[in-house]
Design a protein. Structure first.
Length: 367
């Protein structure tokens, strides 16, 4: 586990970047950093004659070519050739560019079984066994870097949960990251008819160290013979590039207007009396309850978000009752339940996931 001193240093470093980033969002163009995973001495997953680093680079270059046709989009690459780039440097490139989005492209692989399908990861602290193994694999590139113990003080790639000291910073970008991830998965599922492996939260160093919304896309499994063939084909790479580009441009239209990115959700919200929340009768009851919990922490399960306002009746939310929402700029965020006990809220989270809200997560509020 990292020492308190090292965790504090890392926390302050990311906080400083966050503050700097916050004052620099008034870009003339929508800036996207495209990150082709692995490279050079690090091939990534290698199965069925396919190297992850090659597929990732080809797809990223194709995405960039599509995006660069838009005069109001600027593309920055972490690599455009077969070279090894440290995780730390990938994050530095994105932060120095003061980008609006960070998109990292990878391929998946497993040692046993024969799964297929695409998934998109955002920063989080999931402890799900299989997905945690994916996080370990993507973080393990750190071991190939020189002097990694100094560069990544206190972080153990085999125990990604050591990132928890920095997690609160990334909560601010989480909502928009999930929105982009959902758009990408929708493209894969609806347009390409790919197996949808969903949106997942995972402790990934490169997403934690970047201070803008970001995703890590697992295009598919090179460990599956048929999927490896698709991933390495020109038609497959072109299709995936177009789908990802469409999702990025849809995200841009939703969140980027007049050179500014709309504000994202933060884990710590103002008192209810200063909230921009639109109140119904049921929500006013919730607000009164919040006012009585001055200086206390409480938890809600965020089940969805979108630009469309929905009535908070059970029939609109798969039978769930007690739905509330908050509006921030163009987004309506929908929550299930409200608990002062975290374990009680975890039960609410389980209920939401059983209803089909598989990407739901707990949000912490403070009065």
């Amino acid at each position: 586990m990292p020492s308190k001193k090292n965790t504090k240093k890392l926390f302050l470093w990311v906080l400083l970047l966050s503050i700097t980033f916050g004052f620099s969002q008034n870009n003339a163009k929508f800036k996207v950093v495209l990150d082709a995973g692995h490279g050079g001495k690090d091939p990534g997953a290698v199965k069925n004659g396919v190297q992850e680093k090659d597929v990732a680079l080809d797809v990223v270059l194709k995405i960039g070519k599509i995006l660069e046709k838009n005069k109001d989009v600027e593309v920055v690459y972490t690599r455009k050739t077969d070279v090894f780039i440290e995780l730390r440097e990938r994050a530095n490139i994105a932060n120095k560019a003061k980008a609006n989005l960070f998109v990292s492209v990878h391929c998946n692989s497993v040692k046993t079984g024969n799964p297929i399908g695409a998934m998109t990861l955002v920063m989080g602290m999931s402890r799900t066994g299989t997905n945690l193994e994916i996080a370990k694999t993507e973080n393990a590139v750190i071991f190939q870097e020189t002097d990694y113990k100094t560069k990544y003080k206190g972080f153990d790639p085999n125990n990604p949960e050591t990132l928890i000291g920095l997690k609160i910073i990334q909560e601010e970008s989480l909502l928009q990251s999930i929105e982009l991830a959902t758009l990408i998965q929708n493209q894969f599922r609806n347009e390409l008819k790919r197996k949808d492996k969903g949106v997942h939260q995972q402790p990934l160093w490169v997403l934690d160290a970047t201070v803008m919304p970001g995703v890590l896309i697992e295009l598919g499994f090179v460990s599956h013979p048929d999927e490896a063939k698709y991933l390495s084909s020109e038609s497959g790479k072109q299709e995936m590039s177009e789908s990802i580009s469409n999702a990025i441009l849809a995200y841009k239209n939703d969140f980027f207007s007049g050179g500014e990115v709309t504000e994202t959700e933060t884990v710590v919200v103002p008192k209810a009396s200063t909230s921009t929340k639109t109140s119904t009768d049921s929500e006013r009851v919730t607000t009164e309850k919040n006012n009585s919990k001055s200086n206390k922490t409480y938890y809600k399960v965020q089940i969805s978000a979108g630009t469309k306002k929905l009535e908070t009746k059970p029939s609109n939310f798969k039978g769930l009752k007690g739905i509330t929402f908050e509006k921030e700029n163009k987004l309506y965020k929908y929550f299930y339940g409200e608990e002062t006990d975290y374990n009680a809220c975890k039960k609410k989270l389980d209920e939401a996931k059983k209803k089909g809200y598989t990407s739901a997560y707990i949000v912490t509020f403070k009065n």
